[in-house]
Design a protein around this ligand. Structure first.
Ligand code: GTP
Length: 598
């Protein structure tokens, strides 16, 4: 029977514990890639991902494996993204599996993301196989980490594979355990088709390529398929699997993993978590767990050169093709001109998109500080969702404002508990719980406003714990807070792109810190420039940039011509990221400055 020889599994791990390296070794061991083709981290496709050492787009590979029992198996390895921003995608790709390798670094032990991923795997009823990786490191302590896996996660680690993905140790044992322990897929091959979409990418020639797992029935070329949530229908032109190169197949049936192509022009029609069925013989119920995910963090993206506006729109259009969770709409700022308000799943997602626009499309950007979505209850009964601080109504019209909260778990060595608690207090956190993992490590649980996490939380956490803290969070809902809009005035004019929303108790301190910071960031102009922070009409802080005294070029006159040219070039370079706001030249950093004060 076909299903009996299939094993569908993922690799879950904390960032940097070696997931991609292990995936490479598995590809190598199963002979999926020839020596010549073997390149590091095949599953991490994009350069950007490689540079940052993170996995964004998940994928699947179909690997033939001859096990020690003499049988030929088909292993489908489904890759998962490794960051908290993409939790929903991780959970859907885990739903496509029956088992998961849990990779834990033998010198680091269990981290926040290890646990978060284990919970996702358990929610999806996966068989979890612990792998203690990096045993080649001198600092490796596999016995301690095994014990941690048992004590902290509650998994039996007596059979945990001791491995080194780097040195190629333990790979075969891992594959044998996958065959032995991961259950073969169940599901009814004769039932109406139900296939789970766990990812999709846009290909300029074929249109959208859907990555999916067939749960019931069979999917084949020529079939008219229907996506049950979006209710879109298409005729399937190709069915296949990645091995790891695409291989066209006649059909894929219950338990199998692969791709479908159907001349689809928009990834929005192929939502992660949606169910594909046969339009002519539809299933009664979709697969469980579909959720429409909404962006959590918004910011304004503006071209430095106004003439690049159309290029920016084209870039966003192209990126959107591949990224159903990116949203954007035109926005105008008095300070920055024409640009776009963009929505992202989280901060990392935001940084990735910004970087791709600048690097792949060559458009220098001015980005405004990220904001969360606030719910504003007006006295007239209307409720607004505000994702741009500028749009906050006047104070008199507001009954109350609610902001999104998260539950955050922070794992940290004992010595840093005090430091971390202090950071959390500073970030308006409510302490919930503290748990000792062992004699040396603690998990702290806090309720925190998402906006405070957006404001530099992660960097502060890392730098004040020498990088030892690890962190994970989930959204828990909205709560009322005493929030006000702070405006920044340059030369007496409100700069809309610098407005932000802040808790009233911190408003004074933030206003002071920000004006001070701006004074340092904004270069001197030919005239004096006052910088003010104001709530409504009330100015709460003021700084002044004094006027420029000398022409900087003056000292070059008569001097070395190449030095003069260098200076000019340097100024030009600096100019690129300057935006004229009224008559004041403001550098890019100023628009992000609010993130870096505390
Ligand atoms: P994300 O994609 O960010 O989730 O990281 P990852 O878990 O995929 O980690 P990756 O495979 O990129 O490995 C992270 C680092 O650890 C790299 O520098 C690897 O070379 C190194 N590494 C991976 N496995 C081993 C191992 O067994 N031993 C040693 N010494 N280093 C390893």
């Amino acid at each position: 029977e076909r299903q009996a020889i299939i094993r569908n599994f993922s690799i879950i791990a904390h960032i940097d514990h070696g997931k991609s390296t292990l995936a490479d070794r598995i590809l190598e061991k199963t002979g999926a890639l020839s020596e010549r083709e073997m390149q590091d981290q095949f599953l991490d496709k994009m350069d950007l991902e490689r540079e940052r050492g993170i996995t964004i787009k998940l994928q699947s590979v179909r690997l033939p494996y001859k096990a020690k029992d003499g049988k030929e198996y088909i292993l489908n390895l489904i890759d998962t993204p490794g960051h908290v921003d993409f939790t929903y995608e991780v959970s859907r790709s885990l739903q496509a599996c029956e088992g998961a390798l849990l990779v834990v670094d033998a010198s680091q032990g269990v981290e926040a993301q290890t646990l978060a991923n284990v919970y996702l795997a358990l929610e999806n009823d996966l068989e979890i196989i612990p792998v203690i990786n990096k045993i080649d490191l001198p600092s490796a302590d596999p016995e301690r980490v095994k014990k941690e896996v048992e004590d902290v996660i509650g998994l039996d680690a007596s059979d945990a594979v001791l491995a080194s993905a780097k040195a190629g140790i333990g790979i075969e044992e891992i594959l044998e355990q996958v065959v032995e322990k991961v259950p073969a897929p169940e599901g009814d091959p004769d039932a109406p088709l139900r296939a789970l979409i766990f990812d999709s990418v846009y290909d300029p020639y074929k249109g959208v390529i859907i990555y999916m797992r067939v749960v019931d029935g069979t999917i084949k070329k020529g079939m008219r398929m229907r996506m049950m949530a979006t209710e879109k229908e298409y005729d399937i032109t190709e069915v296949g699997a990645f091995a790891p190169h695409p291989v066209i197949m006649n059909e894929l049936s219950a338990g199998e993993v692969g791709f479908v192509v159907a001349n689809i022009k928009n990834v929005r029609d192929t939502r992660v978590g949606d169910t594909i069925t046969d339009a002519n013989n539809p299933a009664d119920e979709p697969l469980p767990g579909y959720r429409r995910i909404n962006p959590m963090v918004f910011c304004g993206l503006y071209p430095v050169e106004s003439s690049a506006y159309d290029d920016l729109r084209e870039a966003l259009e192209k990126l959107e093709l591949n990224d159903a969770s990116l949203t954007y709409e035109p926005e105008t700022s008095t300070a920055l001109g024409f640009g776009f308000r963009c929505g992202f799943l989280g901060l990392l997602h935001m940084e990735i998109i910004q970087e791709r626009i600048e690097r792949e499309f060559g458009i220098p950007l001015i980005t405004t500080a990220p904001s969360v979505v606030y719910k504003v209850y007006q006295t007239d009964g209307k409720v607004l969702e505000i994702e741009n601080p500028t749009l906050m109504p006047e104070m008199q019209k507001i009954d109350r404002v609610e902001e999104p909260y998260v539950k955050a778990s922070i794992m940290v060595p004992n010595d840093y508990v005090g430091t971390v608690m202090e950071i959390c207090q500073n970030k308006r956190g409510n302490y919930l719980d503290m748990n000792y993992l062992d004699t040396n490590r603690v998990t702290l649980t806090y309720e925190l406003p998402l906006a405070e996490i957006v404001y530099d939380f992660f960097d502060q956490l890392k730098s004040s714990t020498k990088g030892y803290a690890s962190f994970d969070y989930e959204l828990i809902g909205y709560k009322a807070s005493n929030l006000v809009k702070m405006d920044i005035l340059l030369n007496g004019e409100v700069v809309d792109a610098l407005s932000f929303i802040v808790h009233r108790d911190r408003a004074y301190q933030r206003g002071r810190a920000l004006t001070e910071k701006l004074r340092k960031l904004i270069p001197r102009q030919m005239f004096e420039v006052p910088i003010q922070a104001a709530i409504g009409n009330k100015v709460i802080a003021r700084e002044t940039i004094s006027a420029m005294r000398k022409n900087v070029l003056a000292k070059c006159y008569g001097g070395d011509i190449s030095r003069k040219r260098k200076l000019l070039e340097k100024q030009k370079e600096g100019k690129k990221r300057m935006k004229a706001v009224g008559s004041v030249e403001v550098p890019q950093e100023a628009f992000m400055a609010v993130l870096k004060i505390d």
